[in-house]
Design a protein around this ligand. Structure first.
Ligand code: SF4
Ligand code: SF4
Length: 352
């Protein structure tokens, strides 16, 4: 049984391929401007050298920022659920996860099965994220992979008033001009990010054991400071950047085993400054009758022959849902017959 998990993050795309419950291969590549192309590149890299083709994968779960744009995914699941699932596979005793990704940071509590019990996230600004560290590495002209070690080797960190990406960059430049060493600047920035991350963790609860996931977990300076501030040595897996994709692959495996049916829903859409626009189709309820696709005036739904005719949102509509579909309430007023009214199993939900 071959399954895969793909995590399309804002900075990197990660894939884990599993065979009979064991990790067979994995890949990490940069996220390009086109999510669909990135998804194919990432899975191609992971399959390279395995003798397998995409068609050999029985089930794929997509997660991450670009999860709704993975054409070959059977389902998409939030990265919060996938990180909890993935880390529990490595360390069943972990109850607190700090996921430090490319553009956001999340604090998660989970139980022994990897089910999320609480979470908070900081996605409002780039401060303290992978993107922020890239920016700072760029300003200081040091390699991203070296900044953690440099921060550890430094003496006293320079206190930073902010981790706002814009202001911190200006502060870093000002310190450089004053002759402050790059190490001291990096130490100060790492300290500031750590304080912010611990504040996030305190908004859930810091329970033993503790783990850090995401690309920043490879930064030794950050890990050391977090361990000191949290007062607990984090459990780190081989490649913390792959945990989300691993969790997605584990969900894929569960689907084939018929487990976790409560999550057998495919969600398409996005949220933006104007609201949340998601169409969710419960794959367990959808019987593949195709009626919703026939009546949808906006033609956003289609019967997927690869999945026994089950309904999916058309690929080219996923990023424009709010423009194409007026939402359930308005569509019902305008059209007596719509996807909800014809669905015999009540399998479709709209968030707006
Ligand atoms: S609510 Fe109307 S426009 Fe939107 S998907 Fe359903 S039938 Fe199509
Ligand atoms: S009408 Fe309902 S059961 Fe039929 S294909 Fe659409 S979602 Fe599935």
């Amino acid at each position: 049984m071959i399954v895969s998990g793909i995590d399309i993050g804002s900075r990197a795309a990660k894939v884990v391929v599993m065979k009979d419950g064991e990790v067979l291969s994995s890949a990490i590549t940069d996220t390009g401007p086109e999510s669909i192309k990135t998804a194919y590149t990432a899975i191609g890299l992971a399959l390279d050298g395995t003798g397998l083709r995409l068609e050999d994968i029985a089930y794929t779960v997509a997660t991450g920022y670009g999860r709704v744009l993975v054409p070959f995914a059977n389902e998409n699941i939030s990265e919060i659920s996938c990180h909890a699932k993935g880390i529990t596979w490595y360390f069943p005793s972990v109850r607190t996860i700090l996921d430090m990704g490319g553009q956001d940071c999340k604090a998660i509590n989970c139980d022994e099965k990897g089910t999320v019990t609480n979470f908070v996230m900081n996605d409002k600004c780039a401060g303290g994220t992978g993107r922020f560290l890239e920016l700072i590495a760029d300003v200081l002209n040091v390699r991203l992979q070296d900044i953690g070690e440099l921060s550890l080797a430094a003496g006293n960190g320079i206190p930073f008033n902010t981790v706002c990406a814009v202001f911190a960059k200006s502060e870093a430049i000002a310190y450089l001009r004053k002759g402050v060493s790059k190490g001291d600047i990096l130490a100060g920035l790492h300290d500031a990010i750590t304080v912010r991350a611990v504040n996030l963790l305190n908004r859930v609860s810091i329970q033993r054991e503790f783990s850090i996931t995401g690309g920043i977990a490879k930064n030794k300076g950050m890990v050391r400071r977090l361990a000191e501030k949290v007062g607990m040595e984090p459990l780190l897996c081989d490649d913390p950047q792959l945990v989300g994709a691993l969790g997605a692959a584990l969900f894929a495996q569960e689907r084939l085993e018929g487990k976790g049916a409560e999550m057998g829903k495919a969600q398409y859409g996005y949220s933006d400054g104007t609201g949340e626009y998601y169409i969710t189709i419960d794959m367990r309820l959808c019987d593949g009758c195709g009626k919703c696709a026939e009546v949808c005036p906006a033609q956003v739904l289609v019967a997927d022959s690869g999945r026994g005719g089950k309904a999916v949102v058309k690929e080219d509509a996923r990023k424009r849902l709010a423009l194409l579909c007026p939402g359930f309430a308005l569509c019902s007023r305008q059209h007596v017959v719509n996807c909800h009214s014809v669905c015999p199993t009540d399998a479709i939900e709209h968030s707006w």
